[in-house]
Design a protein around this ligand. Structure first.
Ligand code: ZN
Length: 170
């Protein structure tokens, strides 16, 4: 990773998913991290919380997987099912990292509170989606990260740790 002033330039999984990242001041009105396509911003307060880095880096991967679809459904013609999918996928990895990839430690109440957060966060616009649908989506992606996307899950987690060191070291 290369650091120029406050920006870190990096990639996930060799050169497949490039990104730029920086820390931003704490702001109670914003989410704790935010990703605009491939620009990742993490609030100062959460600068050492690796699961949030993993969450935001999943959004970078989602952008590069299909940039046109991503821009279209997020910014041109908002699609709540696309939004539900990308947030569930990002939160699923965030939860796994938070619980050291140990499925046995992930309780139903953890899933419930994350699902509520997804449902109630204004900027997601998902409040009319049933909580059970969100919970099912989270479990679907948790299992996907544990099975067919395992390799990428570890690559993203590794990048999350490296990015944390690059951003926090002065
Ligand atoms: Zn997100």
């Amino acid at each position: 990773m290369i650091k120029i002033k406050n920006y870190v330039f990096g990639t996930i999984d060799k050169f497949k998913y490039p990104f730029i990242a920086r820390l931003i001041p704490d702001n109670p009105d914003r989410k704790i991290g935010i990703t605009y396509y491939f620009l990742v911003e993490i609030e100062e307060k959460y600068k050492n919380y690796i699961p949030v880095y993993a969450h935001e880096l999943v959004h970078v991967v989602q952008f590069w997987r299909n940039p046109i679809k991503h821009i279209w459904y997020k910014d041109i013609k908002f699609n709540k099912f696309y939004e539900l999918d990308i947030e569930s996928e990002a939160y699923a990895l965030q939860i796994l990292v938070d619980f050291d990839f140990d499925l046995n430690l992930i309780s139903n109440s953890v899933i419930e509170s994350v699902a509520k957060n997804i449902k109630n966060t204004k900027s997601y616009r998902l409040n009319d989606i049933l909580l059970d649908v969100i919970k099912a989506r989270l479990w679907y992606y948790i299992k996907k990260w544990k099975n067919e996307n395992k390799h990428l899950a570890y690559k993203i987690t590794l990048t999350a740790h490296n990015l944390n060191s690059a951003l926090v070291k002065r």
